[in-house]
Every structure is written in C-alpha cells, then in structure tokens.
Write a protein that binds this ligand. Structure first.
Ligand code: 8YV
Length: 324
C-alpha cells in the first residue's frame, strides 16, 4: 500500500487522463462508472486526500461533515459546482476547484446547435425521414421560424454567454443580455450587445432566450412560471446551463399549451429523470447533458484537474479555486 496521499476519482475519465493520474498520484479510479451513492461518497471523503467528483456526485454538507482532516481538495471535473456545498467545504478548510475555460467553446456550439435545431425543426424532419412517412416536398411542409434578424436574449454573459454572442452575430441575430453586472463598453461593443438590467423588461421583447448563467441559490427558478408567462408565444428557450434555473414543470406545461413556441434543453431539474410532460411537448429538442461532451474538452478538463492537484502537492494554491 502506498503512503502517498490518496486521490479518489468518482467516474470513468478519458483513458489519457486516467493514465496520467495513475502515473502522477496514488489514484483510485472508478471501475464501473456509476454515480457514487451517499454512503460511497461518505466513505470516499473519509479516506481521500483529494476527491475528483463530477456533476453526478451530490457533495452536500451531510457528506462533507464526514470528511477527515486528510481531505484537502475537491478537484471537480467540470465547471459548475452547484452539486458541492462550497460553504461547508470552506468551513472545513477543503479547497474546491473547477475546470473553467476549456468547455466554453464546445458549450457555445451546443447552444447554436439547439438554437438552429428547434426553430428549424431539424430533429422533427430527421424523424420523419426515418419513419418512412415522408410523402415528398410541399410548400407548407415543415415550416419553422427564421433565425436571421431575430433578438437573442442571453441570460448570463460570462465566457459561455459571450462565446454564444460571437457565434450568434454570424447568424444575423441581435444580441441582448441580462447579467448581474454590466459588461465594459469595449466588450459590449464587440458583441453589439444591448444590456438589460431588468430581466422582466428584456424577456417580453426577445425571440430566443439562451440560459448561460450558473445555478446558484439566486438563480434558482430565475425563469419562474411568472417570468415564462411574459415571453412572447413565438419565443424559444435554449438551456445548456442547469435545469434548476428554469421552472421545468411550468415550462413543460406552457410548451404543451403552445404558450411558448419551443425549447432546446441539454439540462434538467432532476437529471437523469425528465418529466413526462416535457417528453411529450411539441417543438422540443432534449439532449442528455452533452454540452461539453467533446474528446478535446474532456481531456482538457482532466488536465485542469491534474494541474489543480499537482499544484497543491507542490505546496501552492491550485489555480482554479472557487471562492465564495
Ligand atoms: C460537465 C457541465 O460535463 O462543467 C459543467 O458544469 O455542466 C458539464 O459540461 C459536467 O459538469 C461534468 O462534471
């Protein structure tokens, strides 16, 4: 048995990343790639010096209260850390890091994929062909809505929001955004972006909404039933951030009733479960949380994790610390 600090990885990571983790550290890999149960997570925080979780591990205060003094770092494999109770971690002097920057462009690409797929009925068309029921071209068949010239309202204009704006400009969309803080003029000008301090004022003017803010207590149900009801009935919603930012039940009902034109969702409130109403809603494209699922992003996320661990072992502060 090694006396080096133990690094516990909760899920399978790309081969390259796992091999490097094994070379560098006393690493325990996940064999079966199943999300850890609460009991397994508690055992892990009791034993590990470093824990490498993912979005599927709920590291709440009940889990963290069981952490031994050995646990120095939770090096999250992913950007969002809403599944980790950072406050309790900080109280227990456990550093939490994430993997910023490396999944920005891929997530923004997925926003564009959904933003094109929903109004232009891409998936519906594909399903029709495969069903064998296509009877040929007709002037009024599969009519979607034009993207060019429409207003895109981005909620959360951090690096992913800005990457979406850069792409959306190329598709002729007019960029609007709501953010906790207004961006400097130079960034606003570069994105030809209009700032809305008041989300309630922005929402009824938009044709498409893209949610790109993190999930925090403040953003929980930011798109509440009330806010969803002030959207124009021809509006589309794209969410690649976190399901909890939208009242999913209200959204599903309003999609089914035709009060919102459509939605492209890569994230859900209770993953991996998706409500039946949402599954049956029209003009809705549902994806299994794959916004950052490229080989490149997942390797770079692994590299970030390794750098954070190695920096700590070298006696320095890991670069991607989450600070409340
Ligand atoms: C990751 C994500 O795949 O980084 C995030 O916040 O939502 C995803 O793109 C996931 O978090 C991995 O843990």
């Amino acid at each position: 048995m090694s006396d080096k600090p133990l690094v516990i990885i909760t899920r399978r990571l790309p081969e390259l990343v796992e091999a490097r983790l094994m070379e560098l550290f006393n690493t325990r890999l996940s064999i079966d790639d199943k999300p850890l149960s609460k009991k397994q997570l508690i055992d892990a925080v009791k034993e590990a010096s470093i824990l490498v979780p993912t979005v599927t591990d709920k590291i709440d205060s009940a889990v963290l209260e069981n952490a031994s003094n050995k646990l120095k770092l939770i090096a999250n494999f992913g950007n969002g850390t809403d599944h980790i109770n950072i406050e309790t971690a900080q109280k227990k002097k456990i550093i939490v890091t994430n993997t910023p920057g490396v999944l920005t462009e891929d997530t923004a690409d997925m926003v564009m994929g959904l933003l094109l797929a929903v109004p232009r009925k891409v998936i519906e068309g594909e399903r029709l062909i495969r069903s064998g029921a296509w009877e040929g071209w007709s002037p009024t068949h599969m009519m979607g809505r034009r993207i060019w010239g429409k207003r895109l309202g981005i909620i959360g204009m951090g690096s992913i929001g800005q990457a979406v704006a850069r792409r959306a400009i190329g598709f002729g969309l007019n960029i609007h955004y709501h953010n906790r803080t207004r961006l400097p003029d130079i960034i606003e000008d570069a994105h030809k972006a209009t700032f809305w301090e008041d989300l309630d004022q922005m929402l009824p003017k938009m044709d498409i909404i893209s949610i790109n803010c993190p999930s925090t207590p403040e953003t929980y149900h930011l798109l509440s039933r009330k806010r969803l009801s002030i959207l124009q009935p021809h509006a589309y919603i794209i969410n690649t951030s976190r399901g909890k930012v939208v009242n999913e039940e209200a959204l599903a009902e309003m999609l089914s009733e035709g009060k919102i034109a459509g939605a492209g969702l890569d994230v859900f409130e209770r993953e991996p479960s998706v409500s039946k109403v949402l599954l049956g809603a029209p003009n809705t494209v549902l994806l299994p949380h794959m916004g950052s699922a490229t080989v490149e992003a997942r390797i770079e996320m692994g590299e970030k994790v390794i750098v954070n661990i190695q920096t700590l072992f070298n006696g320095h502060r890991p670069p991607d610390r989450i600070i409340l």
